[in-house]
Design a binder for this molecule. Structure first.
Ligand code: ATP
Ligand code: MG
Length: 171
């Protein structure tokens, strides 16, 4: 049975993505692996590898969610030593984001998907294999969130490639 690796996410527009890329280049050490601008995203619910026949039910979970319009101010740079990730986040994320992530996770569990019981920590991975991060200021980047996507992850040694399977615009 063919499987696909999928996740719900918010995908920034090119302006937000290039602003984040610039910040990543300043903050990551030269040997880190920077995410390409067009691959930057915020994961809402990670589903993982599923049989392709589950996709219609997963898409129906996206159809039932209320995709909010909100302003996400990215104004925090963080570094997790345990997985060597440099990330951008928000000191005050809008409640709508966690509500959306929870609604998607609840919907996925209701169709029988098993999700990791991790709390939702909204972040955008900027670089991997980052052993330390430079102490640079994070100039705030304002992202007008207007919907989201179901993305397919095709992993390769050079880094994951993501395909947009569905898009949900905010009403
Ligand atoms: P690679 O694994 O090849 O380095 P990647 O992590 O971007 O690339 P995926 O593993 O397919 O690709 O993950 C897709 C998205 O889901 C990424 O944003 C990743 O951080 C996130 N993710 C992956 N696994 C989990 C998990 N168990 N819980 C929450 N989010 C996850
Ligand atoms: Mg991964």
């Amino acid at each position: 049975m063919p499987t696909v690796r999928v996740f719900f996410a918010l995908w920034p527009d090119a302006t937000v993505a290039s602003a984040l890329s610039r910040i990543a280049r300043r903050a990551a050490p030269p040997d880190a692996r920077l995410m390409r601008a067009q691959t930057l995203h915020l994961t809402l619910a990670f589903i993982g590898d599923v049989p392709a026949e589950r996709l219609p039910a997963i898409e129906a979970v996206g159809d039932q969610a209320v995709w909010p319009r909100c302003l996400l101010r990215l104004d925090q740079l963080g570094h997790w030593p345990h997985n060597q990730i440099l990330w951008a986040g928000s000191l005050a994320p809008p409640d709508a984001l966690a509500e959306l992530a929870n609604a998607l996770s609840d919907g996925l569990r209701a169709i029988g998907m098993t999700l990791a019981p991790r709390p939702f920590v909204p972040h955008i991975t900027l670089a991997r294999r980052c052993r330390h991060a430079a102490a640079v200021d994070m100039p705030p980047v304002d992202w007008s969130v207007e919907g989201g996507v179901l993305a397919v992850s095709q992993r390769a040694p050079t880094g994951a490639r993501y395909l947009m399977r569905r898009r949900w615009p905010a009403p």
